[in-house]
Every structure is written in C-alpha cells, then in structure tokens.
Design a protein. Structure first.
Ligand SMILES: [Fe+2]
Length: 445
C-alpha cells in the first residue's frame, strides 16, 4: 500500500465526512432495493445464480461488522454466531436459501445496529498509521463491497418474475458519434495505480505496459448492431464461435442475448419486469463473453485486451500520463457517465460526450460492463491486501476481465483502473462489450 503523508485535523474531518457520505449513499441503495419487494420476495431465490436478497443484506452487515466494528474499531462482536452463515466462501449461492438465515426484520435490525457502531468508530478512528486505515481504506473497501452487492441485488431484481417494482427517469438522449473507431498509437502507458487511496489490491501497483497500435470502437456495440448478428444467423454458425463458446451455446440452447424474445415477428426485451421494444441505439447488455467474442469475429474484429481497454480509457497522448477516468481526474458526475442506478438502463450511444477519453472513445465508464479478452490475474508486483479471498483466489484462466462499470455500478466502485471478473458464460450481469482490431498497414501511415 502507498502511504499518504500525515493528515491535518481538517483533512481527517473532510475524509470522515466523505466516508459517512459514501456509506450513507450505499445504505440508501440497499434499503431501496430491499424495501421494494415483500418478505416472500426477499427470502426466496429468484435464480440459482443468485442469493436471496435477504442474504445479501445481512452479508453486507456482516462484512461491515468484521472489518469496521471488530478490526478497525476493536469493539466486541455484534453477532459472531452468524459469521459462518454469511461467509460467501462457505456456502454456494444455490445453497443459501436453505440456511437458517436472519429474516427480513432481523436482517434490517442487524445492519442498522452495525452501521450505528461503525459511525461511532468512524468518529474516533485515526485514519492513518496502519495500512488498513490509511486514507480510510477499510471504510472505502466496505462502501465498495456494499455497492457491489447493490449491483448484484439489482441483477437479482432483473431475474425476478412478477410486476415491476423499480423505476427511474430515462437516461439522456444519444447523438451521432463522429467516428466509429479510433486508432490508439503504439507505445507504453501506465496501467493500474499506486496512488488511488481506495483502489483494491488487484488494481495495484502502477506499472508500464507496452501496447502495440490498435483500433477500438468509439462506443459499445448496440442492440441494433447485435441484432444484425442474430438475424444473420450468427448463433447457428460455428465459424464465429470458439469451440468452448460453441459447445456452451449448443448445450444451453442460447439463440439471443438474455431477456430478448421474439414476439409477433419483432424483438422485445424485458427490463425489470417491463417488456419493451428492443432499443436499437442502446448498448447491448446481458451477453456472455462467448457471445461477445462470436459477434466480434462475425464483425471482422476482436475483443480488446484488458491493457488495450485501459489505454483507450486513461492514456492522454498530450501529456503521456494516465488519467483516473477517461475525461480527466475529477470524480464522475451525471454529465460524464451513466452510473449509480440513476437510470435503470444503459444510455443510448452518444449520450455522454463530456465523458469521452482524449482519443475520443466514449461511454467507457458506466452503461455496461465491457468484456475484454484477458484472463484475470495479478499485475507484476501484486501483493494481497487485505485478504486473499478478495481477488487472488480468482486469478487464472477460469475468469475473464470486465471493465468500466455499468448503470448499476456506483461511482465509488468504478474508476479507470477498476477490474471486475466473471465466468465467460455469465450473462445475468450487466455485461456488454465493444470491439477492437489490429490496424491495417495504411492506417499506421
Ligand atoms: Fe460479498
């Protein structure tokens, strides 16, 4: 971990206020997602891929208790007896409904009790001197953890059958983006970070990576683009698919993105319980890595590597440095990106010109997580912090990296260096993609 210089009393106060604000924002989201449904919907399993919502809620409280009440605060446990029930490594999601879980009322009482103690710990904690508390890291980690579960709970809502219960205003309008692709010149750039105070272990340390010249799409692949692949019978032609992807497509009987259906001769999709015409100008969402890879092959392109994605997002050719976000170093606002469940759908392409990278690549942050062609692994010099189960146990070829966050991701859990990972068959997540390709000789001048 990078240590920050000693903080003045005023800086400590500012940091405490920031921590309280992000924790409170996360809790309002968790509350909104769990208050939107009745007790039956909170306790049942909506898909074998997901936990009951009431498990997520108490698990959020349990992680907060372990790290902030017991470790940082050095306080007595609140409910040590339930640690095992809410340990994600002890029970697979499919088994969680059968556990003697806290009921909705108990779970709500538990998370409130833990939060009250945490706000007291925050008032008294010295936010330096120990890597776990330096720059309020543990608080930032817990706020990100809660927001990550809020995105998972949003995905559970998408899988839930029944009348719609969530609503949000529509995203901004799209616009015609000047160029479909841009060339990113060859050369080194700084990948990862050693200075972002709440960056997680897998984003560290900053290191130089040489990337050959490549061409990348300025926007994510839209439903309209993807529909052309479906209508060209792309799901029935093995030449576009990897052998593993094709085998899975056949075995699972997949013929379109998840939540798409053909109805009376036209395509519709279901979004949080609402059936609607396919929005042709929105980034496609709920596709697996295999589907993304097949589309890219059909389009004569490929998926970007993780390093290509990050270079397109962060590299500023004018200064040679890597930015925190495509638009600069400022935290995301509503002008930059579709984040934080503000709109419960991806925004049409072209909706965020203010979020463009220096090279003119748009909507890298927010809207949809973007599959890359890279396996999840540690950067050179990776060090586990603060526990191996956060990311190290997932390193290896089983998981593919996704970048950029979705409309369901909070800004606290999203930055130019943030890395997500999942199995290449998964598509209940808010996953889309953009394509890249090698430049043609004439493009290199
Ligand atoms: Fe968790």
């Amino acid at each position: 971990m990078t240590t920050t210089p000693d903080l003045t009393a005023m800086e400590q106060e500012k940091l405490r206020a920031h921590v309280a604000e992000v924790l409170t924002r996360a809790r309002s989201r968790s509350t909104a997602l769990t208050d939107a449904v009745d007790d039956h919907d909170l306790t049942r399993q909506h898909s074998r891929l997901m936990s009951p919502l009431v498990w997520d809620l108490a698990h959020i409280g349990n992680q907060e208790e372990l790290w902030l009440v017991r470790d940082v605060g050095g306080r007595d446990p609140v409910r040590q007896d339930i640690d095992e029930l809410y340990d994600a490594f002890k029970h697979a999601r499919v088994d969680r409904p059968a556990l003697p879980l806290l009921g909705p009322t108990e779970a709500r009482g538990y998370v409130t009790e833990v939060r009250d103690k945490v706000l007291d710990v925050l008032d008294h904690a010295v936010l330096e001197g120990r890597p776990l508390v330096e720059g309020a890291f543990a608080f930032g980690m817990i706020a990100q953890h809660e927001q990550q579960h809020d995105e998972t709970m949003l995905a559970t809502h998408q899988l839930r059958a029944g009348a719609p219960v969530l609503d949000a205003p529509p995203p901004p309008h799209g616009r015609r983006v000047p160029a479909g692709e841009v060339l990113v010149p060859a050369g080194p750039f700084t990948m990862g970070t050693s200075i972002e105070p709440w960056a997680l272990d897998n984003e560290r340390p900053a290191h130089q990576v040489h990337v050959d010249a490549f061409v990348i799409d300025t926007t994510p692949v839209t439903c309209g683009d993807y529909l052309a692949f479906v209508e060209a019978r792309g799901y029935h032609d093995p030449q576009w698919w990897s052998p593993t992807g094709w085998a899975h497509r056949q075995q699972a009987g997949i013929t379109a993105p998840r939540f798409w259906e053909r109805e009376d001769g036209r395509w519709v999709r279901t979004r949080f319980g609402v059936r609607e015409p396919l929005p042709l100008d929105e980034p496609v969402v709920h596709v697996s890595f295999h589907e993304a890879e097949a589309y890219a092959a059909w389009a004569g392109k490929r998926l970007p590597t993780e390093a290509e994605w990050e270079k397109a997002a962060r590299f500023d050719p004018a200064t040679g440095r890597s930015r925190r976000y495509p638009w600069g170093d400022e935290d995301p606002t509503a002008e930059h990106a579709n984040l934080g469940q503000r709109h419960l759908r991806p925004a049409p392409v072209g909706a965020y010109p203010a979020g463009a990278s220096p090279l003119g690549v748009e909507q890298l942050i927010g809207d949809v997580w973007e599959w890359t062609s890279s396996d999840f692994g540690g950067y050179p010099g990776f060090a586990v912090f603060p526990y191996p189960e956060y990311s190290q146990v997932f390193f290896g070829p089983k998981f593919k990296v996704l970048r950029g966050g979705s409309f369901g991701t909070d800004p606290v859990a999203c930055r130019g260096t943030f890395r997500n990972w999942d199995y290449p068959i998964r598509r209940q997540i808010f996953s889309g993609f953009r394509c890249a390709r090698d430049p043609r000789p004439e493009e290199l001048g």
